[in-house]
Design a protein. Structure first.
Length: 330
């Protein structure tokens, strides 16, 4: 897959528009394809809305300092919208196709199946769904070896992470092609198994529900909980991954904390998974033992800690929370 392949987006809604901005910003030509049959007037409105949002997004990125005002028009010129039934040329010339239609299995299968008959034999096809597993869609695809799920987090043009979920038929070489394409536009791809919720939606569903539950229980106000997340939970995990953080403090701490919370709050949702106790029994506590979820053997632990702490200090400065020490001078 070359660095500047043409991109086609099936659907011109929020996801298609976000992907279009991300790829156009990185030098690609992007065609958003309407998948619904409309009158000329209806299509003209959709086209104006889609290109208007793309224009507004680039203008906002200019105001945020990511590009200049002079850059906006050339970037917008890379994006086009075409009507349903006029997709043959765009799909035949596309190196990668992203489907972003509503989360209805039958609709996605119909749209993907039709597109797979119009693209070239080596064109990679991806669904951006976060709820429907790849193997529930792949049966509709001609040559499913080149099909996989590629889940973007909104806003797609800003959030670095993109989750890649291959299916049973997905060729491993296709995974590497998609990773390289995403790397090339400044994204951070991660690969996960075809499982409900992938990685981020599954973790954030638990966190969001727990935050809402604490408001319901009167633990704290919504404002206080969000403040705790921004300056505590989120602050740490912007530097340390969740599993890295377990290793940083020690898996034994999580084990005993989980046992306490499960008993004190009377809920199995706080119970630690078996892998936590298994790691403890095997001596895989984390940094203290050289291994946990991650392998720290041969690592300069002091240098590693210093690097992570420096990143936290940089975040303090970003939030305007870094202060000089208070010294009593005579």
């Amino acid at each position: 897959m070359t660095n500047r392949v043409n991109i086609a987006c099936l659907g011109a809604g929020r996801m298609g528009r976000g992907i279009a901005v991300a790829f156009a910003y990185a030098g690609h030509r992007v065609t958003m394809i309407d998948v619904k049959t409309r009158s000329a007037e209806e299509f003209a409105k959709l086209e104006a809305d889609a290109l208007g949002e793309v224009t507004t997004t680039f203008a906002s990125l200019s105001k945020l300092g990511l590009l200049t005002e002079a850059d906006v028009e050339p970037l917008i010129a890379r994006v086009s919208v075409i009507a349903a039934g006029q997709s043959e040329d765009a799909l035949s010339e596309a190196g990668m196709v992203f489907e972003g239609v509503p989360e209805v299995v039958e609709l996605k299968r119909a749209v993907l199946g039709a597109a797979s008959k119009q693209v070239g034999p080596d064109t990679v096809i991806a669904s951006t769904t976060s709820t429907i597993l790849v193997d529930d869609l792949s049966g509709a695809i001609v040559n499913p070896r080149r099909f996989l799920n590629v889940h973007w987090l909104n806003p797609a043009y800003l959030i670095p992470l993109v989750e890649i979920s291959p299916g049973k038929s997905t060729d491993s070489a296709i995974i590497e092609q998609v990773k390289a394409l995403l790397d090339g536009i400044g994204k951070v791809p991660v690969v996960c198994a075809a499982t409900p919720g992938f990685i981020v939606p599954r973790i954030q569903a638990l966190a969001m529900n727990e935050a809402a539950r604490m408001v319901e229980e009167g633990v704290a106000s919504a404002e206080e909980i969000d403040k705790a997340i921004r300056y505590g939970f989120g602050f740490r995990y912007a530097v340390l991954g969740l599993l890295e953080f377990i290793d940083w403090g020690g898996g034994d701490i999580l084990y005993y904390a989980s046992r306490y919370l499960e008993g004190a709050l009377g809920s199995e949702r706080y119970r630690a998974p078996d892998v936590i106790s298994r790691n403890m029994h095997e001596g895989r506590i984390g940094l203290r033992t050289g291994a946990g979820f991650l392998d720290y053997s041969g690592l300069d632990v002091d240098a590693y800690r210093a690097k992570r702490l420096q990143a936290m200090v940089d975040l303090l400065r970003h939030f305007g929370l870094a202060r000089p020490p208070v010294l009593d001078r005579s």
